[in-house]
Design a protein around this ligand. Structure first.
Ligand SMILES: [Zn+2]
Length: 369
């Protein structure tokens, strides 16, 4: 059963629905099933934990083997820190976790065509999973989006619809299209969030039950953070962990609606002036699920930081020196970690979210090559 975060109205999971009639976003129950004995003999992908996603029983696993990304330990600034390399995914970003689960739901509902608006990792991930599921995928993007950003999406076979005008015009166009098809939105759909729970389950298994003090990740729309929180809540409710990590979301200073909201104690994203940032992947000025994301950060005892463009560039350079070829957006997490007082840096895991090969030309320019 879906329920609306704003008004509490409930809907059947078999309805092809992406938000409440009141305009609020939908959530799934918090008490997801999680039984060690059911997954012990399964392979190492996010589908090891399939019962936890609340998919209809007839849902297939639309999978490219995503998940179980490595955790690598390094010493930076005299302190040990672990990185989870979530950029090592089939389409090159953590978004494969969400896309795999959402497209599996679409398959179960008999959806033959969907629309989505993303010119970045989410669009590429949705295009990849729709391709293998045989679902027609149309990705809407503002006309000003450079063609290079949409190549991967196009090559997977998705139709790209460029919309003249602002980001809001693209948003309006995709909603009009959604009225006749299905809106497979990485920003709105709770099943996209549900897929991200797998990162928490993997951390728990890979670290053999140890719970890190902090998890630090780039924060844009916040679906990744919300999903990881839900994953650790599931483990907690199952009696498998006593505490959950502090979740520390990091935004770019140039686009920080959630950072401002956190500082001001708001339950919604704050209106902010947005400037261009190297961390394009998290430049989301009005995240629709902001209320759930802020709640997750607060309940975990975590915080939201913002970092400057210079510190993103420097942190990205540091990642390269350690051999991590991540996209610039991923570097905000390390920049955030470096901003913490040393006592709060201990026992942290930093999540690296997108592959640098997607943006090698931008990275070359960024470092003066
Ligand atoms: Zn509602």
């Amino acid at each position: 059963m879906y329920s609306c975060y704003s008004c509490g109205k409930t809907y059947s999971l078999l309805e092809p629905r992406w938000r409440c009639d009141c305009g609020g976003f939908l959530t799934l129950p918090e008490n997801a099933p999680f039984h060690r004995e059911t997954f012990a003999n399964r392979g190492y992908s996010i589908w090891r934990y399939r019962e936890s996603y609340f998919l209809p029983p007839q849902a297939p696993s639309v999978s490219l083997g995503e998940g179980w990304t490595p955790i690598v330990s390094e010493r930076i600034d005299g302190m040990e820190v672990r990185f989870k390399l979530d950029y090592l995914m089939p389409s090159g970003s953590f978004k494969d976790r969400g896309a795999s689960v959402l497209v599996s739901l679409c398959k179960a509902l008999g959806i033959e065509e969907l629309v989505e608006d993303s010119s970045g990792n989410a669009g590429a991930a949705m295009a990849a999973y729709c391709a293998i599921a045989g679902i027609k995928c149309r990705i809407f993007a503002p006309a000003y989006t450079p063609d290079g950003k949409l190549i991967q999406t196009r090559l997977y076979g998705a139709e790209v619809v460029k919309v003249p005008g602002t980001r809001q015009d693209t948003n309006d166009a995709v909603l009009r299209a959604a009225a006749a098809t299905y809106y497979g939105s990485h920003l709105w759909n709770p099943y996209f969030v549900q897929g991200h729970m797998s990162a928490a389950f993997e951390l728990w298994e890979q670290l053999r039950g140890e719970v890190p003090h902090s998890l630090i990740l780039p924060l844009g729309s916040g679906g990744y953070l919300e999903g990881i929180f839900r994953g650790f809540r599931t483990l907690h409710l199952a009696g498998l962990v006593r505490t959950i990590p502090r979740l520390i979301g990091v935004q770019a200073h140039h686009c920080r609606p959630l950072h401002e909201a956190f500082l001001l104690g708001l339950d919604e994203g704050a209106p902010v002036e947005v400037k261009p940032t190297l961390a394009e992947g998290i430049a989301v000025s009005r995240p629709p699920r902001a209320a759930a994301v802020l709640e997750a950060v607060r309940r975990s005892g975590g915080t939201i930081l913002s970092v400057s463009e210079d510190s993103i560039r420097a942190a990205h350079g540091l990642l390269l020196r350690y051999g991590f070829f991540a996209e610039p957006t991923s570097a905000v997490a390390l920049a955030g970690w470096l901003q913490l007082p040393p006592s709060e840096r201990e026992n942290s895991v930093i999540l690296l979210t997108g592959h640098g090969l997607k943006e090698s030309e931008k990275i070359a320019k960024m470092h003066g090559l």
